[in-house]
Design a protein around this ligand. Structure first.
Ligand SMILES: C[S@@+](CC[C@H](N)C(=O)[O-])C[C@H]1O[C@@H](n2cnc3c(N)ncnc32)[C@H](O)[C@@H]1O
Length: 376
């Protein structure tokens, strides 16, 4: 059981970011495809990936993959997998699933067939028909895509976006994993000024501060696989200890967050405090129309309000016009805007975007418009 295959699942468009994160953690031979990065690993790597990946959704342990066009094949092939290597007699296991462009269309039937096959396999292995289900949780996922079934165990449990610091989210808060990706896709580094003029609950700035301080994003939460017998418990302890030792305490950052809404600022401050980065970010109530920039160089990363989720279109146009006025002559500023509104580039007249990246904020398709500023 020493060599295993792990899959970091992610939101479409973030493949390159997660690949870079894995490389920075020392992993190579990474297989990238739509929505995931697969790698060879050992059980001891499970804590590291869960604690450190900033932009991935989950870390899955691959149990097997096979072609399945009918339910008999799904049952037989699932039954043939060595589930007992991971799931003990008292293990609790639920099955969730998905099906895309496949003959096995009914997700519910796929789930119940997989559950039946695993129960049958474990019944024979443990010579029992009664499972107490009092032990650790082993969430099984069956995903069928183009008639190929992939069976995995979810080592993360709740999604990796749930860092544990965001007790209060704004109406249109972005996922922490996406916010971390926006920062990593920008030119920002510790030494540079960064503002989010419509910061909402502060997610982008909090993620930047955590990157700047090298705080592992998963350090304050727990994971489904923490009690798995297949991962030495010392591996979790060691990975947490190492992560704590990596935190940089002597870093000075220039991070500023503004928002019109007082309640949002209250939320940002309490979230930043919970994340351990309160003193790194200055939050202030301000209308973006009153923003005054006197520095020559800096970086703006912001997730604009947009019609699909909030705001009305006239107000938005006014907002774009003000934003354009502030930054159109600030050529030393790199401007990064995430929005679902495809008209945004028509209003921001400084230049055409240097790069536009298609991303997803939950189920909503958005674009990340990137305007590069002149180097300091
Ligand atoms: C999409 S939300 C930002 C969400 C944020 N990224 C988060 O994760 O919570 C947009 C924010 O813009 C703020 N906003 C709208 N109009 C504004 C204005 N004129 N000046 C400043 N903030 C504004 C809203 O209060 C809202 O919090």
């Amino acid at each position: 059981m020493d060599k295993i295959t792990l899959t970091a699942t992610l939101s479409f468009g973030l493949e390159a970011v997660v690949k870079r994160e894995l490389q920075a953690l020392g992993f190579s031979d990474l297989r990238v495809s739509d929505g995931k990065v697969e790698l060879d690993a050992t059980p001891e790597d499970i804590p590291t990936l869960n604690l450190w990946l900033r932009s991935a959704d989950r870390v899955l342990l691959k149990m097997g993959e096979f072609g399945a066009k009918d339910f008999d094949t799904l049952f037989e092939q699932t039954y043939a997998l060595p589930w007992e290597e991971w799931i003990p007699e008292d293990g609790v296991f639920t099955v969730t699933g998905s099906s895309v462009k496949s003959q096995l269309e009914s997700v519910r039937t796929c789930q119940s067939i997989v559950k039946k096959a695993v129960v049958e396999r474990l019944s024979e292995e443990y010579d029992t028909t009664w499972f107490e289900e009092t032990g650790a949780e082993y969430p099984i996922k069956v995903s069928v895509r183009n008639d190929v079934a992939t069976l995995t165990l979810d080592t993360s449990g709740t999604g990796l976006n749930r860092r544990g610091y965001r007790k209060q989210a704004g109406r249109a808060a972005i996922k922490e994993t996406l916010a971390a990706a926006l920062v990593q896709l920008s030119f920002w580094n510790n030494g540079r000024l960064l503002i989010d003029p419509m910061c909402g609950s502060g997610t982008i700035l909090i993620e930047a501060a955590m990157i700047g301080r090298n705080i592992a994003p998963g350090l304050k939460r727990s994971f489904a696989s923490e009690d798995w017998a297949g991962i030495p418990s010392t591996a979790w302890e060691q990975a947490r200890k190492h992560a704590r030792s990596c935190i940089k305490s002597d870093v000075e950052m220039q991070l500023f967050g503004y928002d019109l809404d007082e309640e949002m600022l209250f939320a940002s401050k309490s979230n930043a405090k919970a994340a351990g980065v309160k003193k790194d970010i200055r939050f202030e109530q301000k209308d973006v129309r009153d923003l005054w920039i006197d520095q020559e160089h800096g970086i703006v990363i912001s997730n604009f309000p947009y019609g699909v989720r909030m705001g009305n279109f006239q107000e938005l146009n006014q907002l774009y016009i003000s934003f354009n006025k502030i930054f159109k002559k600030k050529n030393g500023w790199s401007v990064y805007v995430l929005t679902a509104d495809k008209k945004f580039p028509d209003y921001f007249k400084r230049a055409r975007p240097n790069k536009t990246r298609k991303l997803f904020n939950g189920a909503i398709e958005v674009a990340y418009y990137q305007y590069f500023g002149k180097k300091p």
